[in-house]
Design a protein around this ligand. Structure first.
Ligand code: UD1
Length: 512
């Protein structure tokens, strides 16, 4: 059984008939089992020859007990955190997963075109659920998170198809309001479906996404905004039920310009009765892209790019054809890799104004930049100067998503770099791995002080989150010797085949 890159089903009609599942996904996302007493063929637990402890859903319904320790050292399927065997198996599984092998020291040369933006396509896909006729999206990045969004839409009764970098989403017959828990857990930003699904269908069910690798991530601002628009939101344990009898425009002020909360409020306000004024809105370019998409669908929105958005609600939205904006963080990643490895690279197909603070920092670090309307050429000899202080801030400030990648640069830049993370509480997880490579870093709370070293050395590394993973790749490309980077599922959430892009510039990187 296979899944394609997006987690969408490949044709498996035989299995579908055999197991009587509505969709092949049900077969592919099996229930995990604990021990049920003696299993067939005298094996402990429920296993069959050739089976790896996972069984398609309908045959067996009992769920694993996640709380009790397993206590059975033959069990290889227990998900209990207390089970020693489970920890060993997890390690073995991780070792079997693909990894990047990188030999550092190559200079980078050539042109590279940026893919569509992850942080733009996800809310736009959620917004497509508002439209009563089909939407055609182009420049869709091929990411695992894009696949999760399409699976959410499918689970709500929408139809979607993906071909190359184009996606068609038809929400004309949207019938469901329950966003499956497993998909919310796979992708935290699925919370952005709350506003659109509730606005379109009258209600939405969603489990709380909870914290993540970046620390606690509350959604109080999302809920505050949606409630102000007339939504009732009941919170029972980890479950949310949002419903309404018609949304009304309102004046809402966000105390912090949360990107996700701005998106959720926008997605509900476009179908609310009357005018909404959203003050303190996030100004990120991805919000402006969402506004442009919604306007193409018939919404009335003014003010994108500023911190006050005016939205005049309409009765319904229609589909449109829309190209997703380019990924500014991917563009920044290619520029940073060139900065630290040395070389001459032109990054094309994106708006340099979306990364103004990053370009200014690269110049301070000694890189030569030529900035054009939709591309940037960077030339670097690889010998960087410390930029002094970097503080992450909401747009147009220095983006938190680029912080880990600049930490990789700071490790090798001459002098002292101070990095202060002001958006997320836990965004230094990649730091011990830089130290393992030979970096000189001290941390005090949300501040890291780096003293540039002459060289980093290749090491076995593990990505702990998406941008931290990209930062490890950046450091490994500049390090002496070979590095192996595990945890690629994090990197694949936000970069479309990163290794291919970097290979095209001359980097020695391969997915093993
Ligand atoms: C989005 C981006 C992410 C980026 C971040 C900041 C997507 C899919 N993700 O995440 O890549 O790093 O913006 O630019 O677009 N907060 C609250 N209460 C809320 C909402 C947020 O306290 O209701 C806090 C968060 O915990 C965090 C900070 O506000 O500390 C920023 O969060 P937010 O701007 O909402 O980021 P996301 O939308 O989650």
């Amino acid at each position: 059984m296979q899944q394609n890159a997006y987690g969408k089903d490949t044709a498996l009609p035989g299995a579908q008939q055999k197991f009587g599942f509505q969709s092949v996904s049900a077969v592919l996302r099996p229930v995990r089992f604990h021990q049920f007493g003696p299993g067939p063929f005298g094996l402990p637990g429920f296993r069959l020859p050739g089976d790896h402890g996972h069984f398609p859903g309908k045959l067996l319904q009992r769920e694993t007990s996640k709380s009790a320790p397993c206590g059975n050292d033959l069990c290889d399927i227990c998900t209990s955190g207390d089970c020693i065997r489970a920890a060993e198996r997890k390690k073995e599984r991780e070792e079997r997963e693909p990894f990047f092998r990188i030999t550092g020291g190559q200079t980078l040369r050539g042109d590279i075109r940026v893919h569509g933006a992850k942080n733009s396509v996800l809310p736009i896909m959620a917004a497509s659920a508002l439209c009563s006729t089909p939407v055609l999206l182009s420049r869709v990045p091929r990411l695992s998170d894009t696949g999760v969004s399409l699976r959410i839409l499918d689970s709500l009764g929408c139809k979607s198809a993906l071909s190359g970098t184009e996606a068609v989403i038809d929400a004309s017959h949207i019938s469901g309001s329950r966003i499956p828990d497993r998909l919310v857990r796979e992708m935290r930003s699925s919370v952005v479906f709350l506003g659109s699904v509730a606005a379109r269908t009258g209600e939405a069910f969603l489990c709380l996404p909870g914290g993540c690798e970046l620390g606690a991530r509350p959604i109080d601002l999302h809920l505050m905004g949606l409630r102000a628009l007339g939504m009732t939101i009941e919170e029972r344990g980890e479950k949310l039920h949002a419903y309404h009898n018609g949304l009304r425009g309102a004046e809402i002020t966000l105390p912090f310009p949360s990107v996700g909360a701005t998106e959720n409020i926008l997605l509900a306000a476009v179908l609310a009765d009357g005018e909404t004024v959203l003050k303190g809105a996030a100004r990120e370019p991805e919000i402006a892209d969402l506004c442009r998409f919604l306007r193409e669908c018939g919404a009335v929105i003014v003010g994108e790019g500023s911190s006050t958005l005016y939205i005049e609600g309409v009765r319904s939205l229609h589909g449109c054809s829309y190209p997703v904006m380019a990924d500014r963080i991917e563009a920044a990643t290619f520029l940073c890799c060139t900065a630290v490895c040395g070389g001459d690279v032109t990054v094309t197909g994106f708006d340099p104004a979306t990364i103004g603070s990053i370009l200014a920092t690269l110049r301070e670090m000694g890189c030569s930049l030529q900035i054009y309307r939709d591309s940037v050429r960077i030339q670097s000899d690889g010998r960087l100067l410390a930029p002094g202080r970097i503080e992450t801030e909401p747009f147009p400030g220095f983006p938190t998503d680029a912080q880990p990648i600049f930490m990789a640069l700071g490790c090798l830049a001459k002098g002292e770099t101070v990095i202060r993370e002001r958006i997320f509480e836990s965004r230094f997880k990649h730091l011990p791995q830089f130290v393992r490579m030979g970096a000189d870093i001290t941390v005090d709370g949300q501040e890291a002080v780096l003293h540039g070293v002459e060289r980093l050395h290749g090491s076995p590394l593990k990505a702990m989150d998406l941008r931290g993973g990209a930062a490890l790749v950046t450091a490994a490309l500049a390090a002496e010797g070979e590095s192996r980077i595990h945890g690629l599922s994090h990197i694949d959430r936000g970069y479309e085949r990163l290794e291919r892009s970097l290979q095209s510039l001359g980097a020695d990187i391969s997915r093993i």
